[in-house]
Write a new protein. Structure first.
Length: 128
């Protein structure tokens, strides 16, 4: 059965593949380096969302927002070009370590989402 929204319509799933491909293409052409940064941030945000989702979607929706807010407020490193080490989503697009860390956050998020029982599934199983 396809996942549905509260209104019974089929929910649209997020597909980041075409966005990432377009971002890399624009970056290689020298047109839009911000596209690479946005693609890397999308990986981190999706990883955070999936990691927190077993605790409830209302909390999961806040986790990327809170991380972005903390990065914007306190993520400045020695200067604007070099963010704090924990704020790698603000690093320049050429920073290879930031891409590795972003992929790691996504992988951990997927792993936690798949292995942790959903809070909703646990609470609804005892209601019978």
């Amino acid at each position: 059965m396809a996942p549905t929204s509260l209104f019974g319509k089929r929910r649209q799933e997020a597909h980041f593949g075409p966005v990432a491909i377009l971002a890399v293409l624009l970056m290689r052409l020298g047109i839009a380096p911000a596209g690479g940064i946005a693609a890397r941030a999308s990986l981190v945000f999706l990883g955070l969302l999936l990691a927190v989702a077993p605790f409830g979607w209302h909390l999961a929706a806040l986790s990327p927002t809170l991380y972005l807010l903390v990065v914007a407020v306190a993520g400045r490193g020695e200067d604007i070009i070099h963010p704090a080490p924990w704020a790698w989503i603000a690093a320049p697009v050429e920073d290879g370590l930031s891409w590795v860390l972003s992929a790691l956050v996504l992988a951990v998020g997927i792993l936690l989402y798949v292995t942790m029982p959903s809070r909703l599934a646990v609470s609804s199983s005892g209601a019978e």
